[in-house]
Design a protein around this ligand. Structure first.
Ligand code: DSN
Length: 443
């Protein structure tokens, strides 16, 4: 049985376009009846959905509040100012730019604001957890700037002087310091898309200061954990912090930047007109809603449960025979090395069979992965979305055993179908949008 028990309001709003209405309803059903374990996804609130779908989408507003290139922006200026003020209050920042359409744009804008083409940037290796915009050869960033990459300590080593983690695979701060000294970067970037530990901004600041570099913290993944007070805030330590609003922060799809007041003009000019045209004011209104929601005690509790759930899922996976990169997690995600479970099982095959079992996740390289990024030896799992739906540590243990069962019996279609039915039953007890679908749920 699925958690989707009645058509959502979208069906009515889209009645004149049944084809699109059916697709929206089908996606609502997919999200409601299967497990959403992609670490960069979440279920945003009905209020955020409402702002995202509002008439604010109609308005052109190139420029910034009080300095627009088109008329009629009296209300839009208030929307954007509200979002900026709420972002500043949430993170204790001196300045906020809420216009980036995505995290990638936010990063590109910061590089453009602070650097000249050809300048050196020290950032995390993509295959150790970094992001495409941290200098992947496939990203335009690597054609404009010169990237040098740091990585994580070897598995089993002591963690680079940063944390006492005997499992290793934590940011190698000795390497960051050595590379900073030898390469003299103009900018040091912290942040990742596949790293399960706290990223402490303090050692990065020290290293940046020692070589006269600027410091950018890409908080795309932990932004909600920082807002909720369960991870240390880089604001006031890094010169600039970029983040996305749709991952742990649980807002609309989009990006944002907070920075020191003296960098505000450069950052703003880099976003518009440097990189983007008209801002998406409907998304900006939705960001404002999310920033307010993230400043509540309920959100702090949510952030703490996200981490508790990730630890429960990690413990469950470890007891099923999977190796966890870095030995565990401090955040909303875990990086699973499949090789101890089954050396022949690739990330690609695991992702595909889990999809058939109603368990949505993504394959991911693990540090020094012998397989290609398209195939991989790892899986990345995240708890932000299902925590929003109300699941707790008990459900996470069940999820770990459903994953292990599916992968162990992956050649047996009847077993995969049986898991899918159990997944649907579990999801029915935790509908992500009870107020929209009429399902009985926990929020
Ligand atoms: N695609 C995002 C993620 O999954 O982490 C990063 O951009």
């Amino acid at each position: 049985m699925s958690g989707f028990q009645a058509p959502s309001p979208f069906a009515g709003w889209l009645a004149a376009d049944p084809q699109v209405a059916a697709l929206v309803e089908a996606e609502m059903e997919r999200q409601s009846s299967t497990l959403q374990l992609i670490a960069s996804e979440n279920f945003t609130s009905p209020e955020v959905l409402a702002a995202s779908g509002s008439v604010l989408t109609n308005k052109y507003a190139e420029g910034y509040p009080g300095r627009r290139y088109y008329g009629g922006n009296q209300v839009i200026d208030q929307v954007e100012d509200l979002a900026r003020q709420r972002a500043m209050a949430l993170f204790g920042a001196e300045h906020a730019n809420v216009q980036p359409h995505a995290g990638a744009n936010a990063n590109l804008a910061v590089y453009q604001a602070l650097l000249e083409p050809g300048d050196t940037i020290l950032a995390m290796r993509l295959d150790h957890g970094g992001h495409l915009t941290h200098g992947s050869p496939a990203s335009i960033t690597s054609r404009i700037w010169r990237f040098v990459a740091y990585g994580v300590t070897p598995a089993g080593s002591q963690g680079g002087g940063s944390v006492s983690d005997p499992a290793g695979e934590v940011i190698d701060f000795d390497q960051v310091a050595d590379l900073a000294k030898s390469e003299q970067p103009k900018l040091i970037v912290a942040g990742s898309t596949a790293y399960a530990r706290v990223i402490d901004p303090a050692p990065f600041r020290e290293i940046a200061d020692a070589v006269g570099a600027l410091f950018m913290f890409d908080a795309a993944h932990p932004a909600g954990l920082i807002a909720g007070g369960v991870h240390p805030s880089p604001v006031g330590i890094a010169d600039v912090v970029t983040f996305t609003t749709h991952k742990t922060l649980r807002g609309p799809r989009g990006g944002a930047i907070v920075c020191r007041a003296d960098l505000a003009k450069k950052v703003d000019s880099a976003v518009f007109p440097g990189l983007q045209g008209g801002p998406l004011e409907h998304a900006i209104a939705a960001k404002a809603v999310a920033f307010a929601q993230a400043s509540t005690p309920a959100f702090a509790e949510y952030a703490s449960t996200v981490v508790e759930n990730a630890r429960a899922l990690a413990a469950g996976m470890a007891s099923e025979g999977f190796r966890l990169v870095s030995g565990g997690t401090d955040n909303h995600m875990l990086l699973v090395d499949l090789r101890t479970f089954d050396p022949d099982l690739t990330g690609k095959d695991a992702q595909e069979v889990l999809d058939r079992a109603g368990i949505t996740c993504n394959r991911n390289t693990i540090p020094d992965d012998p397989r290609s990024p398209f195939v991989t030896s790892g899986l990345r799992l995240g708890t932000a979305a299902e925590t929003t739906a109300g699941m707790g540590p008990g459900e996470m243990s069940m999820v770990a055993s459903l994953i292990a069962r599916t992968l162990r019996r992956r050649g047996h279609d009847d077993e995969v179908a049986a898991v899918r039915a159990e997944v649907a039953e579990l999801c029915a007890a935790f509908p992500p949008y009870p107020s929209l679908t009429g399902a009985r749920g926990s929020r």
